[in-house]
Design a protein around this ligand. Structure first.
Ligand SMILES: NC(=O)c1ccc[n+]([C@@H]2O[C@H](COP(=O)([O-])OP(=O)(O)OC[C@H]3O[C@@H](n4cnc5c(N)ncnc54)[C@H](OP(=O)(O)O)[C@@H]3O)[C@@H](O)[C@H]2O)c1
Length: 272
């Protein structure tokens, strides 16, 4: 077996959806993993599923319950992961939530919680793990944004800004990390068949459903493959598929067209 490029990967949100699919693929490649989420049951289930796929006797699997939005708790979790499995060679910040709805109908705490988990949750993990990665002068970090981090979409007023913020962080941090030997990628996943999408659909306005209805639905496994390919090639922007690829390249240019298309659908929906 080839030496593993990532002996230790820390994955927040590794107990479900895209994070879990990435975890399984890395585990099958022989990586030791630290998976972080809040729900102990989901973590235990994931651990049991992954353990069945162990490929090397020395491989370790650590699951830690922590809320990424709680700076003290996540710093402790990252410290525990480093103490037990060493500095991460790969840090994948996938934990996130989405609660769509109409702006005026959503209470402020949804906006605050979404920003706290999606943006500050990633920032706190980065701050906690970066010093030891810098000492090693190697490793790769992955931030997980969304197509809604490239264009603001109707119904996503809490979510889009949190994913735009991650894009701003990645673009401004990229140059600094380049000097340290640490790689950075930002992922813009398309609509992916995961528990988050199911939860999202519960509160998604009808107009938002119509806007996103034509987008191809991806499996978490296919997105995980694209992410791992991007990491392998040290790609800064990982935009799986044609739609995300075009959106990533041309989002500012096509924004007026997207607004026109969405406005038409919204008007039609509201008048029907
Ligand atoms: N699915 C899509 O269509 C889609 C599209 C674009 C971008 N994304 C992004 O991709 C990432 C993964 O999404 P997914 O669809 O795979 O979601 P998912 O299946 O719901 O998984 C989310 C993961 O994040 C963890 N998590 C959520 N809040 C957390 C918190 N406060 N602290 C620690 N862990 C937390 C969850 O575990 P606990 O609940 O146990 O904490 C779970 O492991 C998210 O950042 C999402 O915004 C998803």
């Amino acid at each position: 077996m080839k030496p593993n490029a990532f002996p230790h990967a820390i994955i927040t949100g590794g107990s479900s959806g895209i994070g879990k699919a990435i975890a399984l693929k890395l585990f099958l490649q022989g990586s030791s993993l630290t998976l972080i989420g809040r729900d102990l049951l989901k973590l235990a289930q994931t651990e049991a599923e992954l353990e069945a796929h162990q490929v090397q006797p020395a491989q370790r699997l650590l699951t830690l319950s922590a809320d990424v939005a709680d700076q003290g708790a996540i710093a402790t979790a990252i410290e525990t992961a480093i103490q037990q499995l060493g500095a991460p060679d790969l840090l994948i910040l996938c934990a996130g939530i989405a609660h769509p709805g109409h702006f005026q109908a959503l209470p402020l705490d949804i906006f605050e919680k979404t920003m706290a988990i999606n943006y500050f949750g990633s920032l706190y993990c980065l701050k906690a793990a970066l010093p030891v990665m810098e000492q090693q002068q190697k490793g790769h970090i992955v931030l997980v944004s969304s197509g809604a981090g490239l264009v603001g979409l109707y119904g996503y007023t809490p979510y889009s800004p949190s994913k735009f913020a991650l894009r701003g962080l990645a673009e401004s941090l990229r140059g600094e990390l380049r000097q340290t030997g640490i790689g950075l990628s930002i992922v813009y996943p398309p609509d992916t068949d995961t528990p988050q999408l199911v939860t999202e659909n519960l509160t998604k306005p009808l107009a938002t459903k119509r806007i996103t209805a034509t987008a191809k639905l991806w499996s978490a496994e296919a997105v995980a493959d694209a992410v791992l390919r991007g990491i392998h090639h040290k790609t800064f922007t990982i935009a799986p598929g044609l739609e995300m690829g075009l959106l990533n390249r041309f989002h500012s240019l096509v924004a007026p067209l997207i607004h026109w298309y969405c406005d038409r659908l919204v008007t039609k929906t509201l008048n029907s």
